[in-house]
Design a protein around this ligand. Structure first.
Ligand SMILES: [Zn+2]
Length: 262
C-alpha cells in the first residue's frame, strides 16, 4: 500500500527517520509521497527523497497556510526547483501541497487564491499532478479548477472529510482522486457511510498526513506511515471488500494519477 501524503521531512521525524521507514516497510508500505509546504521544506523534501530513491516521492509547492505577502518571490523559486528536478526524477514528481485554507484566517485570502491558481497553471504547463489541500474553501477551489478542467493532468484532493455532495462535486474532475486518511477511523466520522455511497474505489488513494491525524487506535500520538494500515483496514471494512482488494485498487490509482508505480 502507498502512503500518498506524509511530512517525513518534519522535525518530528528527525530523531528516528530510519526506524520510521523500517516500520513502514515492515507494515507493507511500498512508497511514500512527501509534500513540501514552503521553500525550505521543498529543499528538505528533495534531500529526503534522494536518500530513499524509489521509495519516497517528492511533491513541491507552497501550502496555502504558508502563503504570505512574499508569495510572488517564493513561487518562482519553487518552480525553479520543480523544473530543475524534473529530469533526474523523471515524471514521479508532483505539485503540492497547494490549495486554499480559510479555516484559521482569511488574512491572505487574495494571495492564497492567486498563488493557488498560479500553481494550478504549472500543473497544466508541466503536466504534473496536483496534491491539493482545501479547508473551508471548496467553492473557491472548484471555481479555479474549472477554468483549467480540460487541460489538467489530475491529482489528489488530500484529506477528504466532506459529505456526499462535496465528494460528487470533486469527482467531476476526471483523473482526480480523494485522499483518505485517519479521519475515516474516528468514531464520529461519517466517511464510512459517505464513501461507499458515492465514491468508487478507483477514485481513492490512502494517506496518513503524518505526523498529524493519527488514526484510531493511535489517535493523539505522532502519526507515521506504518499507521496507514489502520486506514486500509477501516476502508476495506466500509466497502465490504478484502484489504488486498483495496491495496490493489489504490496502488493502481497511484500509478495512474501520481505516476508512482511500485
Ligand atoms: Zn499535508
Amino acid at each position: 500500500m502507498i502512503d500518498t501524503h506524509c511530512h517525513l521531512d518534519g522535525e518530528e521525524f528527525a530523531e528516528d527517520l530510519e526506524a520510521v521507514i523500517a516500520r513502514a516497510k515492515e507494515a507493507g508500505v511500498t512508497a511514500i509521497g512527501v509534500p513540501g509546504i514552503d521553500l525550505k521544506s521543498c529543499n528538505s523534501v528533495l534531500a529526503l527523497c534522494q536518500r530513499y530513491p524509489g521509495y519516497c516521492f517528492p511533491m513541491l509547492g507552497l501550502h496555502p497556510e504558508e502563503v504570505k505577502s512574499d508569495w510572488q518571490d517564493v513561487l518562482p523559486r519553487i518552480k525553479y526547483s520543480l523544473t530543475s528536478n524534473l529530469l533526474p526524477l523523471t515524471s514521479k514528481i508532483s505539485i503540492g501541497e497547494v490549495g486554499l485554507d480559510f479555516y484559521w484566517s482569511r488574512e491572505f485570502e487574495q494571495e492564497q487564491l492567486l498563488a493557488f491558481e498560479e500553481q494550478v497553471r504549472w500543473s497544466v504547463e508541466l503536466q504534473l499532478p496536483l496534491m491539493i489541500h482545501c479547508r473551508k474553501a471548496q467553492n473557491e477551489m472548484v471555481s479555479i479548477l474549472k477554468r483549467y478542467r480540460d487541460d489538467l493532468p489530475g491529482g489528489v484532493f488530500h484529506c477528504f472529510t466532506g459529505n456526499e455532495l462535496e465528494a460528487k462535486e470533486l469527482l467531476q474532475f476526471d483523473r482526480f482522486v480523494l485522499g483518505i486518511g485517519g479521519v475515516l477511523t474516528f468514531k464520529k466520522s461519517h466517511l464510512p457511510e459517505v464513501l461507499p455511497a458515492v465514491v468508487p474505489l478507483d477514485r481513492i488513494v490512502l494517506e496518513t498526513d503524518a505526523p498529524y491525524m493519527a488514526p484510531v487506535p493511535m489517535r493523539g500520538k505522532r502519526n507515521e506511515p506504518a499507521f496507514v494500515a489502520y486506514v486500509l483496514e477501516r476502508l476495506a471494512q466500509a466497502y465490504g471488500v478484502s484489504k488486498e482488494e483495496v491495496v490493489r485498487q489504490t496502488d493502481a490509482n497511484c500509478e495512474k494519477i501520481l505516476n508512482i508505480n511500485v
